[in-house]
Design a protein around this ligand. Structure first.
Ligand code: CMC
Length: 438
């Protein structure tokens, strides 16, 4: 472990029952969460690997950024609870906090916001990249391509060992992501791209680039902009989830940071991860009405059916996802602002949640609503199309990816990520010439 983790004198003893040989493995503890058994010497001393597909019992790194207490349903960014941040803070505060470890004072915040807003424009040549895509391409596919292509445009922030260049690359990614996302949307509509506006706040600017057209003036609704800012805050980081681990693994080889973020976006797209917000809406539309809920849940519980209750369950939370609670509150605020008296999908989602939470299947497996359960209803009400839901997750998560990538590069124990395997394939055998193969 690095010097910063607490080393205890505690050890665990591992006994090989066939040979009787024992080894002692050191135990280390962090500031919170389970202790870890340090197995780094295990292979050298026993010739054995650990086997943990899906990393259910493996801490892949040491981190100081985000902490989840899955049993208590608590999420902390640098020690601050997500509920308090969502209530009193904003996304720029969270970005500064995640990147630097502390909340900014007034002056630091103004400087940070200035820096971010002055990096929002894209190299003009990048607009041509979009034209290579089909208009009906999924915007996540466009995001993977365009963000990856940033590595070809920003040559002056490519020395990952230079902290200044890393900072510039970090600002660029956080600042340009909304521009790239809004352009993906405008391209799908066939509307002109809207340039960023520096006088607008981060979420307002994103909504402006999404919904404004050059032919008329557009005023961003402050309640909706606040809801969007909150969606960004709630998705900003989530410790070593699949896409963050992807970014870290890609970055561990010293790869280009923009390319690493593109890898993270590709991973996020999957329906078990960030793609779930889109899948929840598809599911609610498929269920259609409250009377179909029991029949749908029957399918979810059937071992021979692959249907899952999307927006439910989490690898780490075995209680309510704290973000889901904030999302539900925000959902009501947005619908009130828009004067929507009855949103059938919200009614359906709440009924689905109520019935599922009373059902033994979900109770026994500790399956609760996660962040994606309500976020889609809010985004739909704001006017964001389904295919853009995961893109918004990617915009928000960029700061988390970047903070974790920076932390990894600065970690003195950092090595290229290179897991081993339990090989169960064929043993060495003689080559078979073509004429002998059947
Ligand atoms: N619906 C029905 N059954 C479920 C669900 C669900 N949503 N989630 C888990 N289970 C069952 C699963 O079938 C298994 O049952 P059994 O023990 O009888 O085989 C048990 O619960 C444990 O599930 P698991 O798949 O081993 O758990 P996991 O930690 O590998 O999966 C998960 C976590 C998030 C992939 C999963 O809960 C899931 O697929 N949820 C739906 C998709 C979703 O909402 N994803 C968003 C996650 S939050 C945002 C993000 O991280 O991107």
């Amino acid at each position: 472990m690095a010097e910063r983790s607490a080393r205890s004198n505690q050890t665990v003893t591992l006994t090989d029952d066939s040979s009787g040989k024992t080894i002692k493995l050191p135990v280390a503890g962090g500031s919170a969460g389970p202790q870890v058994i340090d197995v780094r010497k295990l292979y050298a001393e026993t010739g054995m690997f650990t086997f943990d597909p899906g990393f259910t019992s493996t801490a892949s790194c040491e981190s100081r950024i985000t902490f989840i207490d899955g049993d208590a349903g608590e999420l902390l960014y640098r020690g601050y609870s997500i509920d308090e941040l969502a209530e009193h803070s904003d996304f720029m505060d969270c970005c500064y906090l995640l990147l630097n470890g502390e909340l900014p004072n007034r002056e630091q915040k103004a400087k940070f916001e200035w820096n971010i807003s002055h990096h929002t424009m894209l190299h003009e040549q990048m607009a041509f990249l979009y034209r290579g895509f089909r208009r009906d391409a999924h915007p996540m596919a466009v995001m993977v391509g365009v963000v990856g292509a940033m590595s070809a445009f920003y040559h002056d922030s490519l020395d990952i060992n230079d902290p200044h260049q890393r900072m510039v690359a970090s600002y660029r990614m956080i600042a340009k992501m909304p521009t790239i996302a809004a352009m993906a949307y405008k391209y799908s509509l066939g509307q002109p791209f809207m340039y960023p506006r520096n006088e607008l706040k981060y979420a307002e600017n994103f909504m402006h680039m999404m919904f404004a057209v050059p032919a008329e003036s557009y005023k961003v609704n402050p309640v909706l902009a606040k809801a969007m800012d909150r969606i960004f805050m709630l998705h900003a980081d989530h410790e070593q989830n699949a896409s963050t681990s992807t970014v870290r693994l890609a970055g561990s080889s010293g790869a280009n940071p923009f390319a690493c973020i593109a890898a993270g976006i590709a991973c996020l797209w999957g329906p078990s991860h960030g793609g779930a917000n889109e899948a929840v809406l598809h599911m609610l539309q498929e269920i259609g009405s409250v009377e179909h809920v029991p029949e749908f849940l029957k399918r979810v519980k059937d071992k021979n059916d692959t249907t899952r209750l999307m927006g439910f369950g989490h690898r780490v939370y075995k209680n309510f996802d704290p973000r889901a609670k904030v999302m539900q509150r925000t959902c009501h605020e947005v619908l009130d602002e828009l004067g929507v008296k009855e949103e059938p999908l919200l009614k359906l989602a709440m009924e689905l949640e109520r019935i599922a939470l009373q059902d033994d299947y979900f109770a026994q497996r500790k399956l609760y609503p996660n962040v994606d359960f309500y976020s889609g209803i809010i985004m739909r009400a704001i006017g964001i199309p389904l295919s853009m839901f995961t893109v918004i997750f990617a915009v928000a998560r960029t700061v988390g990816w970047v903070a974790q990538w920076n932390e990894m590069i600065e970690d003195p124990n950092q090595k290229i990520g290179r897991p081993r395997q339990l090989y169960t394939g064929a043993l060495r055998r003689p080559y078979l010439p073509l004429h002998q193969r059947r």
